[in-house]
Design a binder for this molecule. Structure first.
Ligand code: DX5
Ligand code: ZN
Length: 227
């Protein structure tokens, strides 16, 4: 199984984003948190800034939209070239239709669920998505503690994808460290977002440490994203 480490630039220096992207060039994708101060109580960046990041980034973009009205905004991120676009189930009126639209445009279609959102209702439509993001903190801020109570959701998703032979990626976001990444990998996650744990140190070293820790679970190999 391929594993991916996606640093979140929410913990990067916002005054020097291009240099920060260079510091994480050994990662698989760069996780970009878009927040609108409505879906979550925090505000980060929007389409103009993310479009510039797309133009200068050495690695593909993994855009995480924590915004209301996903139908209105998500397609534009796919159109400007984001490799993966994640919208929240709680912010979408028709997740399957939106996922189909993102795929049609050429992006990987990904859906996130907040800690209080059950996953069972989506197991039957898993084939419509390229990735499911199981939030392991309440979205909005970096530096929070990993919620191990979310692991049963990952196990259900992992069982469902195996049963149906799907290669949907299972992403975790929030509180991922060299300790919690092992817990998440054991539960079935293969794609790991890490913000503060990457940027609190030397990013390339932290990325290597996270990769090493995740690979302890089973015989995993590293490979970059493929389209
Ligand atoms: C939180 C964001 C995360 C955040 C994770 O709402 O979606 O991507 O950057 O930060 P850490 O890794 O510090 O929990
Ligand atoms: Zn995120």
């Amino acid at each position: 199984m391929t594993q991916r480490i996606n640093p979140s630039i929410l913990s990067a220096d916002f005054a020097n984003l291009q240099q920060e992207l260079e510091r994480i060039s050994t990662a698989d994708l760069v996780h970009v948190d878009v927040m609108d101060n409505h879906f979550v109580p925090n505000l980060t960046m929007g389409l103009p800034i993310v479009t510039r990041l797309q133009q200068v980034s050495p690695i593909p973009l993994d855009v995480h939209l924590m915004i209301e009205d996903a139908e209105r905004w998500a397609p534009a991120y796919a159109e400007m070239g984001a490799y993966s676009v994640t919208f929240h189930a709680e912010a979408s009126s028709d997740p399957v239709a939106l996922a189909r639209k993102l795929r049609d445009i050429g992006a990987r279609a990904s859906m996130a669920i907040k800690p209080n959102t059950p996953v069972e209702q989506y197991l039957d439509v898993l084939s419509e998505f390229d990735q499911i993001l199981v939030m392991t903190v309440e979205p909005g801020f970096g530096g929070q503690s990993f919620m191990e109570t979310m692991m049963p959701k990952l196990r259900l998703l992992d069982e469902a994808r195996k049963k149906h032979g799907l290669d949907v990626w299972l992403q975790v976001d929030g509180g991922v460290t060299t300790d919690t990444i092992v817990v998440a990998a054991e539960a079935g996650a293969d794609t790991f977002v890490a913000g503060s744990s990457v940027f609190n140190g030397v990013p390339a070293d932290r990325i290597a440490e996270l990769r090493e820790a995740a690979s302890i679970h089973g015989a995993h190999t590293h490979a970059g994203p493929r389209r």
